[in-house]
Design a binder for this molecule. Structure first.
Ligand code: SF4
Length: 203
């Protein structure tokens, strides 16, 4: 069989990912909602909504690969819009923790709803395609994290509770020791509040 001339698959994939990134950016500007949130402000709300614990401002700076002044400005705007509350951390008087207000939680719930055009696009995928894309995205994110190109996120592939291929030959080959349950590629998590860092040597 002869190769189809043109770009190699890696480059084709980069073009595809860039197009999807563009579509996400356009969608997030269209989805700015009643509070006219910037994409960064929307990311902060959805991050806070994904975890019941109050989060430190420094943690958001790290997770979102941003700078302290940029996050601080975005948080000030969210506080002025009464979507986020800032409190002194009882464990460290110099640190600030952030929690969502009721309005902030409602807005975060609106933000995480899949925009209609993305729901329609995902409906065109088979269950196998979806699982393969999730597996591929998890592997690429892990590799980018390992090379420090992006900050570490709370995903299954970097979690101490993750037991890959613990049930070989089944359609749910992996195991989560936290909930003690088997799961398949289509259920791999990319941001899980129960994630536990793998302890390094000597820890
Ligand atoms: S705790 Fe969360 S991140 Fe860890 S293996 Fe279970 S589902 Fe995945």
């Amino acid at each position: 069989m002869t190769d189809v001339p043109g770009m190699p698959p890696h480059e084709q994939l980069m073009v595809g990912l860039t197009r999807l990134g563009q579509a996400l950016r356009i969608s997030s500007y269209r989805n700015a909602g009643p509070y006219r949130l910037s994409p960064l402000q929307a990311d902060i709300l959805t991050l806070l909504a994904g975890d019941p614990r109050p989060r430190r401002q420094s943690e958001l700076t790290r997770t979102l690969a941003s700078t302290a002044p940029t996050i601080s400005d975005a948080v000030k705007t969210l506080t002025a819009k009464e979507l986020v509350e800032r409190r002194r951390d009882p464990a460290d008087a110099r640190a600030v923790t952030l929690t969502l207000t009721g309005a902030g939680r409602a807005e975060a719930e609106r933000l995480v709803r899949l925009p209609e055009e993305f729901a329609e696009a995902m409906d065109t995928l088979t269950a196998d395609d979806l699982a393969a894309m999730l597996r591929g995205a998890s592997s690429m994110i892990r590799s980018l994290q390992d090379s420090k190109a992006i900050p570490v996120s709370r995903m299954c592939l970097t979690c101490d509770h993750f037991r890959p291929e613990a049930h070989p030959g089944t359609d749910r080959p992996h195991h989560c020791a936290f909930v003690d349950n088997a799961f398949g590629d289509a259920e791999l998590r990319l941001d899980c509040p129960d994630h536990a860092e793998v302890a390094g040597p000597g820890q």
